[in-house]
Structures are given as structure tokens and as C-alpha cells.
Design a protein around this ligand. Structure first.
Ligand code: UDP
Length: 383
């Protein structure tokens, strides 16, 4: 009989890891259940896909530990984490494999796995480095994983290497690059693109798009600074501050006003129609200032057949290729502006050849089917 799976996510907001969770849960729909440790739009999306989902929320539901939180924060959160692990155990005892999909969920689930003696397969979507997590948190999660995780999947080679560099055991890890379904990108018609462009009111100005959460390390400020060197270029900023980064959003708006860019920066907030918006812009920029563990938006940009400029760090070269010419040093707005200008100067043939190569690569290496096969293989390691 096929094993049943309990997926656990610490958040109900939708970022890259949660998009992947949607694909996995849909694939295993007949034998899985999803627990969210906080409510959010993900719950409805899962339900709409026919996936059974519950939220375990309440006073103790969320670990209030920030990613850089030190000893005090961790000690304060420990009783809540244990209480949550016990609550999760009441559901988890009905499933064969426990599958946390985020770091916070992994900590709770590994405790639950120890209580129930059930196998835990952790899909690690983060780079465990000082840029993202405090030393204590890295030590804690790696120690737990070495003793309590039966298998670890990582979204990229850089995430895998960072885990091992933190002391993680190398003998029960495999890389499962996050996969994206190409169909929604292929279905967009020219008519839809023209209508979307008109609705945006950007006329014939060159249009770049930055897609992702509004948070300092995603580097929206880098694009805004780059625009000061590109007088004709307009930008779409798509995404929202999902985890309380409202002060940063305010700073960005002040930066735009200070540079007199109000007419050229278009704030779209969180959108569900990413494939259409990506096909509507002339190019997609990714400008994370810290190493990106994966960057689903890079793969989506490749599938949308639009030129992509990415920050040269983290998994960008894994996704775009080692010698990809449109990488800019993280945080360097001048370098980003130069890459945008170079892409603008390409003739049609050069541009077509670039996007065709990117699209072919994404379809070959980062398809949803390939990711699901990688995950299936990992699950087979579990006795
Ligand atoms: N996204 C979205 N709506 C938005 C902005 C982003 O649906 O308004 C999606 C985006 O298409 C991608 C995911 O959120 O699938 C972000 O994933 P990524 O790995 O790039 O970043 P993360 O937030 O996970 O660090």
C-alpha cells in the first residue's frame, strides 16, 4: 500500500516554497493532508485544488522567533514549540511520513517525529548561512536534522552545500530543484498581453518587472536606484510585504518620491496572474542582495520567454547556467542598470536566441514533473 503523507508549512502566505507545496500536495492529493501552522491564502488555494488542509492556529501556533533570533528568543519559544509539536502529533499519528516544507515547520515536525517515532522528510528551501539565520538557529536545526530527519531534500546545490557546511550529514540528502508548470505561461495570447499593457498605462516605454516579496533582501531598492540611470524605463513592482516588512515598503515609496520616479514605478501589490504579467514586461529583473536559495521567479521568467537579469549569488548560476551573461553583482544598482541597458540594445534575433535558450533550459531542468520524480525517489528511501 502507498504511504500516506502529512505536509506541514509554518505559513499560510504564498512564497516560492508554498507554490512548490501546492504542486506536491496536488500530486499526492489522494494520500496526503496539509497542516498550516498559520492561516493565509494558501489554505483556500489548497482547498480549491482538492487538497485536504487544516490550520493548527492558536496562541502557541507560531514560533515568534525571527530568523536572526538568538538564545533568548529561542529559549522563550521552546515551550510553545513543544506544545505545538504535541498538538501536531494528534494529527500526525494517522500518517506514515511527516513532510515539513519550511525551517520552522521542520523544527516542530522533527520534535513530533521523535514523539511518534515516525519518519520525517524535510524539504529545505533555505541557505543555512549567516546572511539568513543566526548561528544558534543553524546549529539547532542541523543537530535536529542529523538525528531526526530520515531524508532531506534541498531546492538547490547551494542550499545542500550550506547545510553540509553547517555540520549537516551528507549521507541522507538529495537535491530536488523546484519545478514550475510551463502551461500557464504558454497559454497567454498576444491579445491578453496587449490588453494587460494597456491596462497598466505605460504606453510604449520599456518595462521591467520585479516579482517577489517586498523585503529588504529581495532588493527592490536596487532596482529603484538603477532606474535613476535609465531615464525612459518603467518598472512594475509585483508582490507585497508578507511578513510585516511594512517599514521597508514605506522606505521604498520615499525613495521613489525622492528620486522623482513616481510616474515610472508601478506598485501592483500581490498578484495571482504572474504568468500574464511576466509576459507583459520586456524583461524580468531579480536583484536579491543576499544569496538566493532558489528563486522560483527566475525559472518563471525563463518560462515566460522574457530576458532575465539575476543577482549573481546563491542559486542563480544553477538556474541560468554557469556562464550566463546577464548576472549583476548583488546590491550593485549601477551594474544592474548596465545590464538592463545592454539587454535593451539587443536586436530581435539576439533577444529571441537568449529567451529561447532560457526557456529550453527551464523546461529541461526545472519542470514540475522532474521535481515530482525527484521527490518520489526520495520517498522511496523511507522504509
Ligand atoms: N508571487 C506571486 N504573486 C506576487 C509575487 C510573487 O504569486 O505578487 C510568486 C512568484 O510567482 C513565485 C513566488 O511567489 O512563484 C516567489 O518565489 P521565489 O522563490 O522567487 O521567492 P521566495 O518568496 O520564496 O523567497
Amino acid at each position: 500500500m502507498q504511504k500516506t503523507i502529512l505536509f506541514i508549512s509554518h505559513t499560510g502566505q504564498i512564497g516560492g516554497a508554498e507554490v512548490v507545496l501546492l504542486s506536491m500536495a496536488q500530486h499526492y492529493r489522494d494520500r496526503c493532508h496539509v497542516i498550516l501552522l498559520a492561516d493565509g491564502p494558501l489554505r483556500q488555494k489548497l482547498s480549491d485544488c482538492g487538497v485536504s488542509v487544516d490550520v493548527i492556529a492558536g496562541r502557541d501556533s507560531m514560533l515568534k522567533v525571527s530568523r536572526q533570533g538568538g538564545r533568548l528568543e529561542v529559549i522563550r519559544a521552546a515551550p510553545a514549540a513543544l506544545a505545538l509539536a504535541w498538538r501536531l502529533a494528534r494529527v500526525a499519528r494517522h500518517y506514515d511520513i511527516l513532510f515539513p516544507n519550511s525551517q520552522k515547520a521542520a523544527v516542530i515536525t522533527m520534535l513530533t517525529g521523535a514523539i511518534l517515532r515516525k519518519p520525517v522528510v524535510w524539504y529545505l528551501h533555505d541557505i543555512l548561512s549567516s546572511a539568513h539565520f543566526s548561528a544558534l538557529q543553524r546549529r539547532l536545526v542541523v543537530t535536529l536534522a542529523n538525528h531526526m530527519a530520515s531524508w532531506i531534500l534541498t531546492n538547490s546545490q547551494v542550499s545542500r552545500d550550506a547545510f553540509i557546511a553547517c555540520g549537516g550529514k551528507a549521507n541522507h540528502i538529495s537535491v530536488a530543484p523546484c519545478g514550475v508548470d510551463a502551461a500557464p505561461f504558454d497559454m497567454i495570447s498576444d491579445k491578453e498581453i496587449n490588453a494587460a499593457k494597456q491596462a497598466l498605462g505605460v504606453g510604449n516605454h520599456p518595462l521591467v518587472g520585479l516579482f517577489g516579496r517586498i523585503t529588504p533582501w529581495k532588493g527592490q531598492h536596487v532596482l529603484i536606484e538603477a532606474l535613476t540611470r535609465l531615464p525612459d524605463v518603467h518598472a512594475l513592482i509585483v508582490g507585497d510585504a508578507l511578513f510585516g516588512e511594512d517599514a521597508y515598503r514605506q522606505e521604498l515609496q520615499t525613495l521613489v518620491a525622492t528620486h522623482g520616479l513616481t510616474d515610472r514605478v508601478h506598485w501592483l501589490g500581490f498578484r495571482q496572474d504572474i504568468p500574464l504579467l511576466m509576459r507583459t514586461v520586456d524583461m524580468i529583473v531579480h536583484c536579491s542582495t543576499a544569496p538566493e536559495p532558489y528563486g522560483l521567479v527566475i525559472v518563471e521568467g525563463m518560462l515566460a520567454c522574457r530576458p532575465v537579469i539575476a543577482a549573481d549569488g546563491g542559486a542563480s548560476r544553477e538556474l541560468l547556467g554557469e556562464d550566463y551573461p546577464y548576472l549583476a553583482a548583488p546590491g550593485d544598482s549601477e551594474a544592474l542598470a548596465k545590464k538592463i541597458a545592454t539587454l535593451q540594445s539587443l536586436n530581435t534575433e539576439e533577444r529571441e536566441s537568449l529567451v529561447a535558450a532560457n526557456s529550453k533550459r527551464a523546461r529541461a531542468l526545472f519542470s514540475k514533473e522532474r521535481m515530482l520524480t525527484d521527490i518520489d525517489q526520495a520517498l522511496q528511501h523511507i522504509g
